[in-house]
Design a protein around this ligand. Structure first.
Ligand code: PLP
Length: 466
């Protein structure tokens, strides 16, 4: 399989190439050159497979030419062995036609583990093949950093440097990162905001000598391999509910659009998906787009669901590319215009087409809390704020007679304050994290200056190489 950029000006690459590259050289996102499609019989033949077997079967067309099928299966088995639920992604029935699929039974209790656990192993495999080492740098407001650290710890070919804003992540999220004491992991607490952290990462990539010297790489949500690793659980959910002989809908709490784009991809590959509901918090750019083709940036406001506090959903460019029938130059022009004006000029026909499949639902904090409380009262189910938004979107957008699966993206124990305030209960951390608050923390505070951050990255690379 070859991959093309949504902006049409970068060289095509194979799977290993897009894995290591992340963003395309022209600023675009990599997409498969053609979509693999499975027939109804192909889907039926996947019934009864274990989750790792299913994941390898669904992803095989994407890695073809780079990673052979046995290797991929081995990596999937290892990636999901650390999940604490025997079903990997269990489903809970909340109503006659409403289900929650729990994607948070991995090491850091958020759905990012689904892709990141596999990505760490894919990186290790490809770098060993090529006898290379890379330095992964990333900015996090919480979940992405801890998932990347857990997935990459103790891997000799990877040095991982994660920037978080000093004093601005939750205690659970910070400790999940800073208590990992592996020599290849460095946590930098930047004296600034999350946006400053992101700007630092961008600036390091823009500094070509530094980038080459450090062999910088990224595992952020625009990496195609992350999208690919999120497709299999949609297949698992649909098969469990009767696909390919019955349609299903999905509801996804959405920030960067990566997770819900994976659902779109599953449909594109032939899975019978009736509707895709997008849940947002008060940062509702996607809901406004679907309601009236208004894709205009507003300032980000903090919410109870911090992993969705985003104004530019970077993976939306992938859907846009498809809505434009893969016209890369038009896609590039629209994205450049969006950067310049803060408003995305999506052609009316494309917008109309999007609204036939996607439905948006935005919940502010009081509505999110009310949904958590209602769910607990009526079903005894404890949903974290992100998952509750997905479930509310599922209820708002359900079609009669078609089951809807809401993606539950974080364990409620990750957000104890919100849970306590909504339900009076504070869910316990699972056993493997029960002593999180007794563990030793290690991080380095760095001033909000590029030279200081680059010095810290260089120091951590040298220390690990020594
Ligand atoms: C990252 C994240 C999301 C948003 O996922 P996207 O792929 O960015 O849309 C939702 N919920 C939780 C808990 C997350 O960590």
């Amino acid at each position: 399989m070859r991959y093309v950029s949504t902006r049409g000006q970068a060289p095509t690459l194979d799977f290993s190439g897009v894995l290591l590259a992340g963003l395309a050289g022209d600023g675009g996102l990599y997409m498969p050159e053609t979509w693999p499609e499975f027939s109804a019989d192909d889907w039926r033949a996947m019934r009864g497979l274990s989750y790792p077997e299913l994941a390898a079967r669904v992803m095989a067309p994407f890695t073809a030419g780079s990673i052979d099928q046995d290797t991929l299966l081995g990596l999937c088995r290892e990636a999901y062995a650390g999940f604490t639920h025997p079903a990997t992604v269990p489903m809970v029935q909340l109503d006659r036609d409403l289900f929650a699929m729990e994607l948070f039974h991995g090491p850091t209790l958020a759905f990012k583990d689904m892709a990141m656990q596999l990505l760490g192993r894919l990186f290790d495999h490809v770098l060993t093949q090529q006898d290379r080492r890379v330095t992964i740098v990333g900015a996090t407001s919480g979940d992405t950093g801890s998932a990347a650290i857990e997935a990459c710890r103790d891997r000799a070919r990877l040095q991982v440097v994660i920037l978080h804003p000093l004093g601005r992540t939750s205690a659970v999220q910070r400790r999940q990162m800073t208590t990992v004491l592996s020599p290849n992991i460095a946590n930098l607490a930047l004296e600034g905001t999350f946006d400053d952290c992101q700007d630092m990462v961008k600036a390091m990539f823009a500094d070509a000598p530094f980038r080459d010297d450090m062999q910088l790489s990224a595992v952020n949500s625009i990496n195609w391999a992350r999208v690919a690793a999120q497709i299999p659980y949609y297949v698992a959910a649909a098969l469990a509910l009767g696909a390919p002989d019955r349609e299903v809908s999905f509801a996804v709490p959405t920030g960067n659009f990566g997770n819900v784009f994976a659902a779109w991809a599953a449909r594109r590959m032939g899975l019978p998906v009736a509707r895709l509901a997008i849940g947002s918090n008060g940062n509702d750019i996607l809901a406004r787009f679907l309601a009236g083709n208004d894709m205009s940036m507003r300032p980000v406001t903090p919410s109870l669901s911090p992993s969705m506090d985003i104004q530019v959903s970077s993976n939306f460019e992938r859907l846009l590319f498809e809505l434009l029938d893969r016209d890369a130059s038009l896609c590039a022009a629209i994205m450049t215009g969006f950067r310049q004006t803060g408003r995305m000029a999506v052609p009316d026909a494309s917008w109309r087409q999007a609204t036939t499949l996607f439905h948006g639902e935005a919940l502010d904090d009081p509505a999110t809390e009310a949904e958590i409380r209602r769910l607990h009262r009526e079903t005894q189910y404890l949903a974290d704020p992100h998952s509750a938004i997905g479930i509310a979107a599922a209820r708002a957008c359900a079609l009669p007679g078609i089951p809807t699966v809401a993606m539950a993206t974080a364990h409620p124990a990750k957000f104890p304050d919100a849970m306590l305030s909504a339900t009076g209960l504070s869910p316990a951390l699972p056993p493997h994290l029960a002593d999180l608050f007794e563990r030793e923390e290690h991080f380095r505070v760095v001033p909000n200056r590029l030279d200081a951050v680059q010095d810290a990255v260089r120091a951590s690379v040298l220390k690990n190489a020594a």
